[in-house]
Design a protein around this ligand. Structure first.
Ligand code: ADP
Ligand code: ZN
Ligand code: ZN
Length: 726
């Protein structure tokens, strides 16, 4: 008789090993357990882990504890997804158990049952119908009661249309005005609406996406050139072949309009997956993917982890977007992981962008990716006319020159809408004492506090610390405290004063905690003249047909950053913002205000466009040995005492150097923000032209680094392919 098998389990703990357990009482372990969740005792706690192998018990090992319960009848993590996650763990050098836990939605990670197909709908009771008009006008319960109407509305629709509806629903239910009823699995029964006839470039792009086989494809086209139409046709073809499609979009690009457009055009239910959803809803979508019920999923970064048993296509929209990189925990890049999955699944992966990342362009130029272009704007939209406004020696009001204010006035006069872009929220970035030079600094970070509320409040944008602005200078007692520089609040104030006859709406992270706030702002603007003031949030996705002028204030901050990606990021931002202008028949204008009209980055961008700039940047990166020509990894460490941080990173450096002297090590050096929320921070950068060497060095050194006594005095992390060095 062969020896009984034990379960080898990956647990969500920061240890690079799997743990052996005896199967639960009465259960004989077998290959069918692999990929199932299992509850086990661990120290004094209970944890949920994943069975990664079954193996004969190691006679040398001591007595094993028994697992408590196998939680799944059928394994959750199987086939390609499990293999790809295993690859991700080795690539990020993170414990497999933590990677697997990251891939699962919260409820599943914590051991809850896989949600069933059942969907839920809310409707008014008879009492609710009678009481509806007596609810306070404008209150959340009243708005929800009105939205529920006679038949009620499915929860997934409420999530899309009325974020935050659950509190109102509870309040209605408590008074027996509304009830929750189960219904058949959700379905979208509308026939697919036809799209516009594709232009020849779009046709060529759709034709170039193969029906099967791994094929990475860069689809490069300016905003409004019809990339989404290409995705929709490719997805329709994928559905027709009976396969599933996954679409990744940036954090702020996933709007109810996007989902509505996809549903209407595809004629199937489109499942959304983003951070605004309740945990239960995320688990439901994940389960629907696993069972193959979800045929189309549109989601942000973490949607890259859905199971795709019948995968046919992956689309990554705005592939250059920074939100695809996870900056803490398991530091994965959703675009790069999507490509790995696409290869494992043997399906095409379409990367769309107006401003492809230099990594992707480099891959396309090297022939590793197919490269398709959409060069014209679809319909009759025209490319905007870009002007550089030299503001040297000009009097500025909240950062705006008299010429710029004149241009805004003229556009409003003609009934147009204007977007004023400034990538800094708050009233002003610094509070300065004009008498002695004191500035307000966060006491926990090495950073100035941002002035908010027209000068009354200070807030640290790094650790969140807030305080009232001091009435007098704490150093000299003087009263000459002045906000220095310009944020969106200050621009809003000036524009509202200057143009009292039109709505002036500010859109930044302070005003749009909720995704629908943006839609509401656009609705308020309607189709009359008006002004939007805002940050990056405004740069993406939204169709504003009446937008005729975009003003960019504060380009200069991006021109002189130490970050080697700064040029790429600034160019992407400028093109995205400019792309907001003139999406309809009216021609758009873009005004860039700068003190450096002759800066090479601006000159290259304006004369040759993004591609010329990208080519120049790629040459610079090659000369300087930066990605995509080098491969990086970053150790970051922090502690209350800087000596501890230094000691740890020095020891880590020594460990790495002893394994491969060809990997360049830079540091330990202070982090760009050397003190944050009271912690001293430093970093150690690894760089090499050959990726395998980087991984081999890490693989060999990490067990040593894990065991360093110095490691116990710091919090540290490893980031492979870091996107932010500074
Ligand atoms: P992108 O995703 O590149 O920003 P979209 O696919 O959203 O561009 O297209 C921009 C606008 O042009 C949309 O309103 C879309 O319906 C329209 N459009 C796209 N392709 C065509 C076409 N071939 N003919 C007419 N209109 C089109
Ligand atoms: Zn002072
Ligand atoms: Zn702070």
């Amino acid at each position: 008789m062969s020896a009984a098998l034990v379960l080898r389990i990956a647990l969500p703990v920061p240890l690079r090993q799997a743990f052996d357990y005896l199967p639960p009482d009465g259960h004989a372990a077998g290959p069918g357990d692999i990929g199932c969740r299992v509850r086990v005792p661990f120290g004094h706690r209970e944890l949920v882990g994943i069975v990664v192998a079954v193996a004969p018990a190691d006679p040398a090992a001591g007595a094993l504890r028994s697992a408590l319960q196998i939680l799944d009848a059928d394994p959750l993590l199987v086939g390609e997804l499990r293999r790809s996650l295993q690859w991700l763990a080795s690539y990020t050098h993170a414990p497999l158990g933590e990677v697997l836990a990251t891939a699962l939605p919260g409820p599943l990670r914590h051991g809850e049952a896989l949600p069933t197909r059942e969907a839920w709908r809310w409707r008014l009771t008879e009492a609710g119908v009678t009481a509806r008009d007596r609810l306070r006008a404008g209150s959340k319960p009243r708005l929800l009661a009105e939205a529920l109407g006679g038949d009620g509305v499915a929860e997934w629709q409420l999530d899309d249309l009325h974020p935050g509806w659950r509190t109102a629903a509870r309040s209605l239910a408590q008074r027996a005005f509304a009830e929750r009823i189960a219904e058949a699995p959700r379905g979208y029964a509308q026939p697919a609406q036809p799209g516009p006839a594709l232009n020849p470039e779009q046709e060529a792009a759709v034709a170039a996406i193969p029906a099967q086989g791994f094929a990475p494809i860069l689809l490069e086209g300016v905003t409004g050139s019809g990339k989404t139409e290409v995705y929709l046709q490719a997805i329709a073809a994928c559905l027709a072949r009976g396969r599933q499609a996954l679409v990744l979009v940036p954090e702020i690009g996933l709007t109810p309009q996007t989902l509505a457009r996809f549903r209407a055009r595809l004629g199937v239910e489109v499942y959304a997956l983003h951070s605004g959803l309740a945990d239960g809803e995320r688990a439901l979508t994940w389960a629907a993917c696993l069972r193959g019920e979800a045929r189309v999923v549109v989601g942000t970064r973490s949607a890259v982890f859905v199971p795709l048993p019948e995968a046919g296509l992956i689309v990554i929209d705005e592939e250059h977007d920074g939100s695809y990189k996870q900056l803490d925990g398991i530091r994965y890049h959703a675009r790069d992981f999507a490509l790995v999955r696409g290869k494992a699944l043997d399906i095409p992966v379409v990367l769309g962008s107006a401003t492809p990342s230099l990594e992707t362009l480099h891959n396309a130029q090297a022939g590793r990716y197919a490269h398709l272009r959409l060069t014209t704007r679809a319909g009759d939209a025209k490319a905007p006319n870009v002007r550089v406004i030299d503001v040297r020696k000009r009097p500025l009001a909240a950062g705006l020159s008299p010429e710029t204010l004149g241009a805004i006035a003229a556009q409003l006069q003609a009934g147009g809408q204007v977007l004023v872009f400034k990538n800094r929220r708050g009233y002003a970035p610094v509070l300065l004492c004009h008498d002695c030079g004191w500035t307000a600094h966060c006491h926990r970070c090495d950073a100035p506090m941002t002035v908010h509320a027209a000068g009354r409040r200070l807030q640290c944008h790094h650790c969140g610390h807030r305080q009232a602005a001091p009435p007098a200078c704490p150093d000299c007692g003087g009263l000459a405290l002045q906000p220095q520089g310009v944020g969106t609040e200050r621009l809003e104030e000036l524009l509202a004063d200057s143009f009292p006859q039109v709505p002036v709406l500010r859109i930044d992270r302070s005003t749009t905690a909720r995704k629908d706030a943006l839609e509401q702002a656009f609705a308020t603007l309607g189709d009359g003249p008006g002004i939007l003031v805002g940050t990056q949030i405004l740069a993406k996705g939204h169709d504003l047909p009446l937008l005729t002028l975009v003003v960019v204030v504060g380009v200069d901050e991006g021109l002189f950053s130490a970050d080697f990606r700064a040029g790429e990021k600034l160019a992407q931002l400028l093109i995205q913002v400019a792309g907001r202008a003139g999406r309809a028949a009216r021609p758009g204008q873009v005004w860039l205000q700068t003190h450096h009209p002759g800066h090479p980055l601006l000159e290259t961008l304006l004369s040759g466009g993004y591609r010329a700039l990208a080519d120049a940047e790629l040459l610079d990166r090659q000369a300087a040995g930066f990605p995509p020509f080098a491969h990086l990894a970053m150790f970051r460490a922090e502690a209350k005492q800087v000596e501890h941080v230094q000691a740890f990173l020095r020891a880590a450096r020594a460990a790495l150097a002893s394994f491969d002297a060809s990997v360049e090590l830079h540091g330990p050096m202070p982090a760009p923000m050397p003190r944050r929320a009271g912690f001293q921070r430093m970093q150690l950068l690894l760089s090499t032209a050959q990726r395998p060497r980087l991984h081999a060095a890490l693989q060999a050194a990490l067990p040593v680094i894990d065991a360093l006594p110095e490691a116990r005095r710091v919090r540290w992390s490893l980031d492979v392919d870091p996107t932010d060095l500074y």
